[in-house]
Ligand binder design. Structure first.
Ligand code: BJW
Length: 243
């Protein structure tokens, strides 16, 4: 099915939910995880994105996050982020569910937004569990510490950790009631996020995928639009806003 068909579905929808992944920020110069040259080709997730890795070597983990913070700080939202920010005003019920921690959707103006895997600009005290914003780039002290003396960690979700209960519930509730569900720039292999399009499809939503490469869910979607999000999403928006 074509861009036109997806646009028509959005035009008549009451409820639209969108799941985004690292591919949405690729055109802003932020590396993805699993593409050729992606982060997981250079680094092992076991060394950098698990609670065990942080316990073993908090400095190493923070050096990696500090490097990523520097890259993200220099990046700007691209047409995919801007289009999704615009789209939330066109549909009665809209929720943008991102796996990205870079806050580029927020910077682009998205407000009906949930960050499933946390945010790189927040830190959490290991002892007290308190969370606060920290945008210092680069960080002066590695690893950073809380006023209480305990280690601070990035407020992100690592492998083997549960997602925030309320955030996950909101995402699944939106998938269940959506008329249209878009999955954009994600390899759709990390759960529970990867279950969202399947849940939406099972509940009767029209599911469309935007990605230059097919993923494990491509055979199940109603429309696979092959290409970069920064090109395809603006084309969809332009058709949705056409009289
Ligand atoms: C473009 C493009 C362009 C390129 N335009 N597109 C069920 C089955 C099997 C395993 C599990 C399961 N349930 C849970 C698990 C275990 C695990 C998991 O899913 N493992 C899989 C690898 C198999 N899940 C977890 O551990 C999760 N926790 C959990 O389930 O807890 C349960 C629990 C309950 C109670 C107690 C304890 C536990 C947590 C997952 C956390 C993921 N964390 C990371 C890193 C942290 C954040 C960070 O530092 O950034 O999150 S991993 C990494 O993968 C990151 C991403 O958010 C996530 C998803 O990746 P994404 O976004 O899809 O990126 P890529 O690179 O994979 O794909 C990019 C795509 O873009 C590609 O398809 C390109 O083609 C495309 N693209 N350019 C559009 N221009």
């Amino acid at each position: 099915m074509s861009i036109d068909a997806v646009s028509q579905q959005i035009k008549t929808a009451t409820s639209v939910a969108v799941l985004t992944g690292a591919g949405v920020s690729a055109e802003s110069g932020i590396p993805t995880f699993r593409d050729p040259g992606g982060l997981w080709q250079q680094y092992r997730p076991e060394d950098l994105a698990t609670p065990q890795a942080f316990q073993r070597d908090p400095r190493l983990v923070w050096e990696w996050y500090d490097w990523r913070r520097q890259k993200i700080a220099q990046a700007s939202p691209n047409p995919a982020h801007h289009t999704l920010a615009h789209m939330e005003g066109l549909v009665p019920e809209f929720l943008l569910i991102t796996q990205n921690i870079d806050d580029l959707h927020g910077t682009a103006g998205s407000r009906r937004l949930i960050e499933l895997h946390g945010c790189i600009w927040r830190v959490r005290c290991e002892r007290e569990g308190t969370v606060h914003e920290n945008r210092e780039v680069p960080l002066k002290t590695l690893p950073p510490r809380c006023d209480c003396g305990s280690l601070l960690r990035p407020d992100v979700v690592w492998f083997g950790e549960p997602l925030a209960v309320e955030t996950q519930a909101q995402a699944f509730a939106a998938a269940e009631v959506s008329d249209v569900f878009l999955t954009v720039g994600t390899s759709a292999i990390v759960h529970p996020a990867a279950s969202l399009p399947i849940v939406a499809k099972d509940r009767g939503a029209f599911v469309a995928e935007i990605n230059p490469a097919p993923t494990p869910i491509t055979p199940y979607v109603d429309s696979y639009l092959q290409g970069p999000a920064g090109v395809i999403l603006p084309q969809i928006l332009s058709m949705v806003t056409q009289r």
